[in-house]
Design a protein around this ligand. Structure first.
Ligand code: PLP
Ligand code: TYF
Length: 397
């Protein structure tokens, strides 16, 4: 039976990461997979996570099953983390969360849920976007289309983006990156979010906000601006929340799908349907990482510590952007790194072709995605000169 299968390919980002790990050249530099890296190129366990984890391990009395919607305490702290400044919505019962297998699981659950509610709806994602958006929504049978986001090699093309969203068929789903847009690093300004909201209302679009980098674009408050704005003016939306980057819990697979509904009753109904969908795919989510997050967010001291660590990561990513731009200026090729200046969060796209990316990997042992996406936290004082001079040599600039 398997002989008849067509060939398929593994995830390109995870594959690149494996190649990097098996590269024995000591000069190798990983600007590929989206992990926060410290100045030594490591992704250490956050101190707040270490403390919370050892405390929950010590206190564990059993490992019995939890329900399909996960840990109630975790669901509550995530709702509060996102909607702290809109606590009335939580009190009215208009916000409910369900625990998922990372942000990916949240997007998958959202896709299945939306497809089930209305099998005819299409979904619109930014061009470019995180590749898995396209794969997940296609996988559940939704028609995926694109709204332009970044001009090739250039800036965020907001007027064109807005005009394109205005043409989306009424009632379709629109996926928006909450903060730290992957892969461009271009986020919308408050004014631009307001303009998108107007179009979303006008066309009756259904927003799914993907929040995978909370706290890493600017800070915890700033980064939820669009969630707060949309919840002030819309009856319904979904937020796919990932704890992978913000808590450094990548492989523990912690996330949540947060529902904003019209009323307490409709939210309860939505959560029951989501739990049913979770039941037929995963039965119930993994609890360990969710216990860590709820321990941190419900202890004032641990929370303060976590916020401090997260802010430091965000500051260091901004500093890495500056280091890269300054070096590029010094080497006279700042135009190549123009996007790095105006971006936020972990990523930027640099204008290199697929072949250049291959050469950078083969000849210089610098790893980045074929699209030219670089992870800024992989750049540091020790390697920036080499990164810039290699790219400059390759592009002949
Ligand atoms: N959404 C975006 C935009 C991402 O970049 C990622 C990956 O990090 C995810 C969702 C999924 O994250 P997770 O690892 O929590 O599944
Ligand atoms: O874009 C990235 O690098 C992150 C990491 O299947 C990632 O989102 C990549 C692929 C994947 C899961 C996570």
């Amino acid at each position: 039976m398997f002989e008849s299968l067509e060939m398929t390919h593994p995830d390109p980002i995870l594959t690149l990461s494996e190649h990097f790990m098996s590269d024995t050249n000591p000069r190798k530099i990983d600007l590929g997979i989206g992990l926060y890296k410290d100045k030594n190129g490591n992704t250490p366990v956050m101190e707040s996570v270490r403390i919370a984890e050892s405390s929950i391990v010590d206190r564990a009395v059993d490992k019995v099953y939890k329900g399909s919607s996960g840990l109630d305490g975790f669901c509550d702290v995530i709702s509060w983390l996102l909607f702290r400044a809109r606590s009335n919505l939580i009190e009215y019962g208009r916000v409910l969360s369900i625990q998922t297998i990372g942000g990916t699981g949240a997007i998958r659950l959202a896709a299945e849920f939306l497809k089930q509610i209305n099998p005819k709806k299409g979904v619109w994602v930014s061009d470019p976007t995180w590749g898995n958006h396209i794969d997940i929504f296609s996988h559940v049978g939704m028609q995926v289309s694109y709204y332009p986001y970044q001009e090739i090699g250039g800036d965020l093309n907001f007027p064109v983006m807005l005009e394109s969203i205005r043409k989306i068929p009424e009632g379709d789903v629109v996926v928006l990156h909450g903060c730290g847009h992957n892969p461009t690093g271009f986020d919308l300004s408050k004014y631009q979010w307001g303009a998108v909201l107007e179009v979303v209302k006008e066309r009756g679009l259904f927003p799914v906000i993907d929040m995978a980098y909370h706290g890493l674009a600017n800070d915890l408050c700033d980064d939820v601006y669009c969630v707060e704005l949309f919840s002030d003016h819309l009856d319904e939306m979904l937020v796919a929340y990932s704890c992978s980057k913000s808590f450094g819990l990548y492989r523990d697979r912690v996330g949540a799908l947060v529902v904003l509904g019209k009323s307490r009753d409709s939210c309860v109904k939505a959560k029951l349907h989501l739990a049913r969908l979770a039941r037929v795919s995963i039965s119930s989510p993994a609890i360990h990482g969710a216990l860590i997050v709820s321990e941190i967010l419900s202890s004032p001291d641990l929370k303060r510590m976590w916020v401090g660590e997260l802010n430091l990561m965000s500051i260091k990513i901004k500093a890495a952007r500056k280091v890269l731009i300054n070096e590029a200026r010094m080497q006279g090729c700042d135009d190549t790194f123009r996007n790095v200046c105006s971006g936020v969060g972990l990523f930027s796209l640099i204008p290199v072709g697929r072949e250049d990316v291959g050469m950078l990997r083969e000849v210089f042992c610098i790893y980045m995605l074929d699209s030219g996406r670089i992870n800024l936290s992989g750049v540091n004082n020790n390697n920036v000169g080499y990164v810039v001079s290699s790219i400059k040599t390759l592009l002949g600039k």
